[in-house]
Ligand binder design. Structure first.
Ligand code: SAH
Length: 263
């Protein structure tokens, strides 16, 4: 009897302890879920309300920068849902004005840099624009919002596939993509009105210059990997190539055949 009661008691004690753990775990789970629901909304959240405030704060920051960005470019940047072009774990930071990791050691560019490079390209609706380094697809989406016919090349297959998913998911079905070494451009579709290189080579790829039509512009960061690079605007004119220095930027290096001799 005694020992039975003791045993029952021990069991009851163990049961109560177990219950306490279950309740504690349930409370912790609720707190964690609450934070996730309000702090990190799902990327496919159709109700854009959560992001609206962050988006207008980002736009105010871009407008306040020293770089002059025209209204059409600002409007294009504002229309793109950046939260659809980041990894799920970074959705909460999608509207911060900084680059974010996208896997494979690569990053989605800073919104101000995307705005600045788009501005420098001087796009008119209908222009054929080649992007080197699709990455997340974010810059390509901004170019499409400018009315450009966009061609984009990515060297890492996993990123090419992911950016395609992002672009289709956000409704950009017209962008043409290809997995290849962008150092050589997209010969079959040349010439282009604009070329934008979103990874840094240590010299200007000659195949890209050759794929610019007369009057065409190329925006390219050139410099050593791991440091700041110089952003160049290169224009193909009747008198040859004209280059303008747009200041210092920081990009991941262009990989592939970059270091090989130009063909
Ligand atoms: N435009 C992108 C930025 C991505 S970062 C965005 O808006 O998210 C630069 C990208 O260039 C990376 O995805 C990298 O894999 C790619 N890249 C590097 N070298 C390349 C090459 N030789 N050809 C094509 N893409 C290249």
């Amino acid at each position: 009897m005694r020992s039975d009661r003791k045993m029952g008691c021990r069991m009851a004690g163990a049961g109560a302890r177990l219950m306490r753990w279950v309740v504690l775990a349930a409370v912790l789970l609720l707190v964690a879920c609450g934070e996730t629901a309000s702090g990190t909304p799902a990327a496919d959240d159709r109700d854009d309300g959560v992001f609206a405030e962050r988006r207008s704060k980002l736009m105010a920051e871009i407008r306040a920068s020293e770089r002059e960005i025209s209204e059409p470019v600002l409007a294009a940047v504002e229309r793109v849902d950046r939260h659809r072009f980041v990894r799920p774990e970074n959705v909460g930071e999608a509207y911060e004005n900084r680059p974010l990791p996208i896997g494979e050691g690569q990053t989605i560019s800073q919104p101000l840099v995307v705005a600045m490079m788009t501005e420098a390209l001087g796009i008119s609706p209908g222009d054929r624009v080649l992007e080197i380094g699709t990455g997340s697809g974010y810059q390509a989406a901004v170019l499409a919002e400018m009315g450009a016919e966009v061609y984009s090349v990515e060297i890492i297959p996993a990123l090419a596939a992911w950016s395609e998913e992002n672009l289709r998911g956000a409704g950009y079905n017209e962008i043409k993509q290809r997995t290849d070494d962008g150092y050589f451009g997209w010969e079959d579709e040349a010439p282009f009105d604009g070329i934008i290189v979103t990874a840094a080579p240590d010299h200007v790829p000659q195949p890209l210059i050759r794929q610019l039509r007369e009057g065409g512009r190329m925006i390219v960061p050139v410099g050593p990997p791991g440091f700041y690079q110089t952003l160049w605007k290169i224009e193909q004119t009747t008198d040859g190539v004209v280059a303008e220095n747009l200041g210092l930027v920081r990009f991941v290096p262009l990989t592939g055949e970059m270091s090989a001799e130009d063909p």
